[in-house]
Design a protein around this ligand. Sequence first.
Ligand SMILES: O=CC(=O)O
Length: 361
Amino acid sequence: MILHCTWWICGIKVKTQPLFFSRNLSPIIISGVESSMAMGDKHNHKDNKELQPLLVFGPPTIFPIFEAQNSHTYRFLKAFSSQFPLHQFLTEQKVDPSSIQVILCNPIQKIPADVIRLLPSLRIIVTSSAGTDHIDLVECSRHNIQVVSAAADHAGDVAEMAVGLLLDVMGKISAADRYVRKWGPSMPLNLSFGSKLKGKRVGIVGLGKIGTAVAKRLEAFDCRIMYNSRNQKPLVSYPFYSNVVELAGNSDVLVLCCPLNEQTRHITNREVMLALGKDGFIVNVGRGALIDEKELVQCLMEGEIGGAGLDVFENEPIVPNELFALDNVVLSPHASSFTSDGFTETCKLAAEALQVFFSSN
Ligand SMILES: O=CC(=O)O
């Protein structure tokens, strides 16, 4: 059987094969970090039936990958090439899946059980994310495959994105930007007013490292912080709500920061959004499936909530079309942790993880 990886750039299938070999000549799949920049492109891989690769890494991307010397993938490859003698393939390649020992992936690229079963020599999966919900961990443990998160400590980066999305959607900054770009000399200023963040009641769902970093930053805006998490935290003085509907009912803003698991999937549903109310805002920097996306789209379209700032989506990189037409939504391509500094650190950690693995196994 032949493993065939295809990359997409700006919706165009390119014959670029991001495969290279580690020092013991086991192929490593680079599954490209830029694929997380893929939202908004209609030509996603689901639409393309002409080619049926076994694995499709790198759905349509916004930026050219291999030309851009400062692109994430380029830097990712470079980080590895200082550790391993790499042979990077820039033309279409076919690889025997039984020789693959390593997968490098980001949180958008699902590694389900059937992919794992296709790779009998797979020994380690290194993900650039803190979350591992995109990997079938049960199947990995069944086959003794190590899963490593190489995410740098990016709580601060994610928190900054959360605050940015919130300021943007409440202040209508992106909507205003779109408006000004079409602004002719005779066009009246008719953009509706935004809301201020100062003094708002903010309910944080998941008060871990990221949630705490969000709270700290929002305190500077005189926001009143409250939270929901699995358990009340004894050393935290913010009001605790064990029930998310009640938290929403007492908040002007909900910020979702918790990991995705069976307890948190769709933790924000229509009932929560109705409790938040027509002037309420939601920011999601956790995982798309923390919100029931269909119900979110409906609530946004019907004005049941004021707006949403979303860095994550339920079926990335697919974004519901309805959202593109809405001005009360700000969209970001699961990019909160990809600051330049953070990503450099992640590359280093991923390279170290592989080095440690191969020197001790
Ligand atoms: O999504 C990003 C992460 O899990 O680190």
